[in-house]
Write a protein that binds this ligand. Sequence first.
Ligand SMILES: Cc1ncc(COP(=O)(O)O)c(C=O)c1O
Ligand SMILES: N[C@@H](CCOP(=O)(O)O)C(=O)O
Length: 468
Amino acid sequence: MRYISTRGAAPTLKFDEVLLAGLASDGGLYVPESWPQISAAELRRWRGLSYADLAIRVMSPFIGDTVPQAAFERMVRDAYATFDHPAVVPMKQLGERLWSMELFHGPTLAFKDLALQLVGRLYDNVLASHNARVTIVGATSGDTGSAAIEACRDRKSIEIFILHPEGRVSAVQRRQMTTVPSKNVHNLAIQGSFDDCQDLVKAMFNDRPFREAHKLGAVNSINWARIMAQIVYYFRAGLELGAPDRSLRFSVPTGNFGNVYAGYAARQMGLPIEKFIVASNRNDILTRFFASGRMEILGVEPSLSPSMDIQVSSNLERLLFDLYGRDGKALAADMENFRERKSLTLAPERHQAALQWFQGFRLSDEGTLSEIGRLHRLTGELIDPHSAIGIAAAVEAAKTGETPVVALATAHPAKFAEAVKRATGVEPLLPPHLADLMTNPERFERLPNDLGAVEAHIKRRLAEEVHA
Ligand SMILES: Cc1ncc(COP(=O)(O)O)c(C=O)c1O
Ligand SMILES: N[C@@H](CCOP(=O)(O)O)C(=O)O
């Protein structure tokens, strides 16, 4: 398997190289040159596999011979052994055609663990075989940061710098990052939004001398390895609900478009998925995009689902690449324009093609609270505000059509205890392994939204590590 950039001008790479590269050198994102095809007969043979065994089968074609098979299988088993539920991603039936899949049973209580527990191990293995070190720079609106830190802390070949928007993540999310005492972990609170943090990360990758001098690596979903690992649970849901003999729909709480793009990848590989419902909060650029074919950046407004307070959804570029018939040059020109003019209008035939598979949905904070309250009254379950948006969208979708709808539950309710308590009167508790989270000392640096200041800070810290 080889990987090509969505902007058509970066070298074609193998999996291990893509893992280390993160963003492509032309500013694009790596995608597989072609999609591995899983036949219906093969899918039937996958029914009943454990999560780890399924993960090995789904991901092996993407990795090829770049990681020794025995080591890869060991990493997968170790990664999913860190989850506290035997099913790893348990499903619950919520209605006649309605299911939720819980993706938050990993160590940091959000769906990011499903990819990052594996990506941390892959980094270690590939860095050792290349005799290399990496400086990870990542942006977070709250969940990627802690999952990446948990996956990379104390690893000898990795320094990790995570940028979060100051004051715009929940207290639990912040503390999950800033209370980790490991020396290779560095938290930067940026005076800006998540989009600013993500722009800073991309700008560091596009600063070639800085990127090369410090061997930058990515843990955000711009890194193909993140998407690859997230494809697996779509297959798990499909197989549990009767694929390949029955199709299904997914409702996905969306911000950076990485999660739902992983579902699209599963569909391209042969899983019968009829539709993706892209569920957003008030930061609704994607809802407006699917409704009109026009993508327009407005300001980001804080909401009760802060991890989805995003306007520039990086992974949409991967979908656009296919909608543009994989014409990297044309897409590169339009993406440049989009960054300058803050708007992009799809040609009508491309918009129609997108609507075959995707539909948008938006929910206000009031709607989110009311969905958390409704589900609690009905089932006794507590859900977090991000999952609530996905479930509310799925409830709407299940009113029409025959195919089951699976809503992805992306975070544990205790990460957003304040909102959940406001909606239900019940405060969700953190699991025992995080019992001292709210009292442990924090460690982070405040920095302006300024590339020079952030790069200078990283250089200084790395130099201190060398001399320590
Ligand atoms: C809890 C939660 N739900 C949903 C999302 C949105 O996922 P994506 O960015 O992959 O679209 C995020 C952030 O990524 C998140 O942390
Ligand atoms: N919601 C995310 C934002 C970053 O998304 P990623 O999937 O690209 O890492 C977060 O919680 O940090």
